[in-house]
Write a protein that binds this ligand. Structure first.
Ligand code: NAP
Length: 442
């Protein structure tokens, strides 16, 4: 790996990088199939990613014709890394077995370990024989939509593909490693003004928020729309807030501390609700909603901006979903991509049908949406929300922090990059973007 790193850092040519030997094994963060039951009977909060995420050498898989080997300079923690590490809502080893049944190449994924991680920035080392648009030496970021391009169902919106998967979560050979294997159609150009770790944290969350708010497949936000954003300094929420500001909407952001509110004010968000200070109790007990609390939230939103939300950006799930469906404006849209606090949702349908609202389910993003979201980052119009950077060996601790909501924005993880701050090739744009790159830094 040192030879690869030296070549990258010395700016070696494409031919020189193509001539480098591919190591037979590499360092990777992985979960073990034999530990799938290790948390039986343990409450979710007590399941500790530091115990189930292992860092060690794994053998390098063979390269399929449509894939590339990538030297990973940096990666990031996504909530799906937390899900993988606590084996919730299901263990991901079942996904690997189902994938393995699809083809000879897919069979490689069914192993007693899974290398996790659904983001990466890095340098292409080798391309498979069918790869056309990329070559060794290319500096890239990776999006996690793992698509079967030989399946008709993938060819309208690839997120509708019947066997669509999330790389590094529902596949093996993910990005929290010194090297990874990705399909060529997951690659996007690395934004030149960003460091490796800044470039690594965007693709999953940024593309998800783009699809939810901007794309025709999501809520199709328009100028002037009031958008209620839960978790507005979290991974997806922090990009959502930027999209609303960028698109001429009016964000109403919900967070749980004054420090988080301050970050949003610095970003240019006027209306922020501190849910901890407000003390909303949307549930009286585990089974009974408190509608008066939905109304209180609605009143707080009206007091701030004078209107009900046209769009609610929903992902906390069971704890907030009833309130989200209630406060949305007549004819408005709730767009949801997750259910962190529980996936069995309940809401009062009378406020839904009588007020002609819409509910849109959304999941990651197709290649075009990811590319557009990456393009906005590359142009310095949307910014990475990196708050901290950990070493690969500390991935368990980083995932623990996300599991316990101890973080803001995104946590980056250095893989081959020997230190933070490397990889910038467009200093002029970086200077132009300026402080916006540091709003989330601790
Ligand atoms: P994150 O960085 O942990 O941020 C989530 C934020 O939501 C937290 O910072 C917290 O903010 C807020 N929150 C958490 N529990 C809440 C509750 N019970 N009530 C109200 N707010 C709550 O996670 P993320 O990366 O943004 O991801 C959020 C969810 O989306 C996860 O479940 C993740 O798996 C999912 N996701 C799905 C996709 C997809 O493609 N389907 C893509 C990305 C993420 P405050 O404490 O400040 O309010």
């Amino acid at each position: 790996m040192q030879q690869i790193l030296d070549a990258i850092q010395s700016g070696a040519s494409s031919d020189d990088i193509a001539a480098l030997p591919i190591p037979e094994s590499y360092r990777a963060v992985h979960v073990l199939a034999e530990e799938q039951e290790m948390w039986a009977g343990v409450p979710s909060r007590e399941k500790d990613p530091r115990k189930s995420l292992h860092v060690g050498e794994v053998p390098t898989p063979e390269l399929a014709p449509d894939e590339v080997y990538l030297a990973v300079m940096a990666s990031s923690i996504n909530f799906n890394t937390v899900w993988s590490s606590i084996f919730e809502p299901i263990s991901t080893f079942g996904s690997l077995k189902r994938l393995a049944r699809e083809s000879e190449w897919a069979r490689r994924h069914d192993l007693p370990y899974q290398v996790v991680g659904s983001d990466a920035s890095g340098v292409v080392l080798r391309v498979g024989s069918a790869v056309r648009n990329w070559k060794p030496g290319d500096r890239v970021t990776v999006h996690c939509n793992y698509v079967d391009d030989q399946d008709a169902s993938s060819h309208d919106d690839s997120m509708l593909g019947s066997n669509q998967r999330i790389w590094g979560y529902e596949t093996n050979f993910g990005g929290l490693a010194d090297m990874c294997v990705v399909k060529a159609n997951q690659l996007m150009p690395k934004p030149a003004h960003l460091t490796w770790e800044e470039a690594a944290v965007n693709a999953l969350c940024n593309s998800t928020s783009y699809r939810m708010l901007v794309s025709r497949n999501g809520a199709q936000m328009k100028q002037g729309d009031v958008v209620l954003i839960w978790g507005a300094t979290g991974g997806i929420g922090a990009y959502a807030a930027q999209y609303v500001l960028n698109g001429g909407g009016i964000p109403v952001c919900v967070v749980s501390s004054p420090d988080k509110a301050e970050i949003l004010h610095k970003m240019g968000v006027e209306h922020v609700i501190d849910r901890a200070a407000a003390g909303y109790q949307f549930w009286k007990d585990e089974r009974t909603h408190d509608e008066s609390e939905w109304r209180r939230l609605g009143k707080d939103i009206r007091d701030l901006c004078g209107e009900d939300p046209d769009i609610v950006f929903e992902h906390p799930g069971r704890s907030t979903f009833g309130a989200s469906m209630y406060v949305t404006k007549k004819g408005g849209t709730v767009v949801t991509c997750a259910a962190t606090s529980g996936f069995m949702m309940e809401f009062d349908n009378r406020y839904f049908w009588m007020r002609l609202k819409k509910l849109v389910g959304s999941h990651f993003a197709n290649y075009k949406e990811s590319w557009e979201a990456n393009r906005l980052i590359s142009k310095g119009m949307i910014h990475p929300v990196l708050s901290q950077t950990f070493a690969l060996d500390q991935t368990g601790e980083a995932a623990y922090q996300v599991h316990h909501n101890m973080h803001e924005g995104k946590i980056g993880v250095l893989a081959l990059a020997p230190e933070a701050g490397l990889g910038v090739t467009d200093q002029e744009l970086r200077d132009k973007v300026g402080d916006k790159l540091h709003l989330f830094r601790r």
